[in-house]
Design a protein around this ligand. Structure first.
Ligand code: HEM
Length: 367
């Protein structure tokens, strides 16, 4: 045989073996795995995925493979759930089976299966119960913790008031809020549908005034501010793929069988960016959470804290902090960007796990 012919035959055999292996992995075990792209031994699908923007790659695969599909991150099998129905069915309707914590390479090394976020089984159950009881004893969701947050907010305002130059580059999730509020001013000037920060200021002045601290009881009378905070959380899409879950036993899910221990991505971005619920989901628009009369509108698709048995333990605390801190800051200051708001880059830093903001500069001007 010619050398070129031998090489071709060898390559054909290799590729056939790889395809066979991939198909065998999907069909072996106790049932049929969800479909997905052909995975190669050792590297799995990593060469087909954009490591700098895994959420985008996952979104593109969902267009091709539908709401439930399998990928391999190296040798790690991951079943991705994409869309509100699949995520809800798994986390709520089959909550027990999907309540395991999936593998996180670095976290596994550091935490070694300890701590509430990374543990499983009986240890996780006890830690979760303990964490919830302790947080409640600290006053989470009650008046006592509200007073602590109000106090912190006042300290923050004093600190900001004593800052006589614009703050240096900073990086925190609050910056997303302020940058979006600044973008609102740009929208206002370009006559696009707007929200700003001015309407939030108006609501604060009307309901709270300038002489007392905002409190949680104000929220029900501030539908616009409430909608802005919800929209910020929806839009920033903080944990796009969720923290990985795992199935605790061999699990029948729709027409598939997912083997025990398989890592699951119950993607939050697929719910927070669902165009059936949020028209133009890529645009920041507090109207997503307002009805025709301007009243606050709840949405089952608002799940930035996830859902089911592993739902964020700190949700009540975080929501209280977001409302009290944002309203206290805007009660006292106007937020201004030192650069033209239309040049503000609100794209997050490239990351597989978290949509973190890029460093930014912000001026806080006393009102
Ligand atoms: C805006 C702020 C926050 C967001 C968007 C957020 C979001 C999340 C998400 C998406 C998860 C994964 C849920 C899942 O596995 O299905 C999670 C888990 C968790 N969060 Fe949060 N979180 C926030 C603030 C907090 C705070 C303030 C605390 C602590 C007081 C906290 C404590 C936890 C814990 C302990 C878990 C693990 C729960 C478990 O594995 O059982 N989070 N969070």
């Amino acid at each position: 045989m010619e050398p070129l012919g031998a090489t071709t035959v060898f390559l054909v055999i290799c590729v056939s073996c790889l395809l066979f292996l991939s198909a065998w992995r999907r069909l072996s075990g106790s049932g049929k795995l969800p479909p997905g792209p052909v995975a190669f031994p050792i590297v799995g699908n990593t060469l087909q995925l954009n490591k700098r923007n895994l959420p985008q790659s996952i979104h593109e695969l969902s267009v091709k493979y539908g709401p439930i599909f399998t990928i391999y991150l190296g040798s790690l099998r991951v079943v991705v759930l994409y869309g509100q129905e699949a995520v809800k069915e798994a986390l709520i309707d089959q909550g027990d089976e999907f309540s395991g914590r999936g593998k996180l390479a670095l976290a596994d090394k550091l935490a070694k299966g300890t701590g509430i976020i990374f543990s499983n089984g009986e240890r996780w159950k006890q830690l979760r119960r303990f964490a919830l009881t302790t947080l409640r004893n600290f006053g989470m969701g009650k008046k006592s913790v509200e007073e602590r947050i109000q106090e912190e907010a006042r300290f923050l305002v004093e600190r900001l008031r004593n800052t006589h130059v614009s703050r240096g580059p900073s990086q925190d999730w609050g910056s997303f809020a302020s940058r979006l509020l600044n973008r609102g001013q740009w929208d206002l000037r370009s006559a696009k549908p707007t929200y700003a920060a001015e309407k939030v200021h108006e609501e604060i002045d009307h309901v709270i005034g300038r002489s007392r601290s905002p409190c949680m009881a104000d929220r029900s009378q501030m539908p616009y501010t409430d909608a802005v905070i919800h929209e910020i959380q929806r839009f920033i899409n903080l944990v796009p793929l969720n923290v990985p879950h795992a199935v605790t036993r061999d699990t029948h899910f729709r027409q598939y069988v997912i083997p025990k221990g398989t890592t699951i991505f119950p993607t939050l971005q697929s719910v927070l960016r669902d165009s059936r619920e949020f028209p133009k989901p890529e645009q920041f628009n507090p109207g997503h959470f307002l009805d025709a009369n301007g009243a606050f509108r709840k949405s089952d698709f608002f799940i930035p804290f996830s859902a089911g048995k592993r739902i964020c333990v700190g949700e009540a605390l975080a929501r209280m902090e977001l409302f009290l801190l944002l309203t206290t800051i805007l009660q006292n200051f106007t937020l201004k960007s030192p650069i033209d708001p239309k040049d503000i880059d609100i794209a997050p830093l490239p990351s597989a796990a978290i949509n973190a903001p890029k460093p930014y500069q912000l001026c806080v001007l006393p009102r």
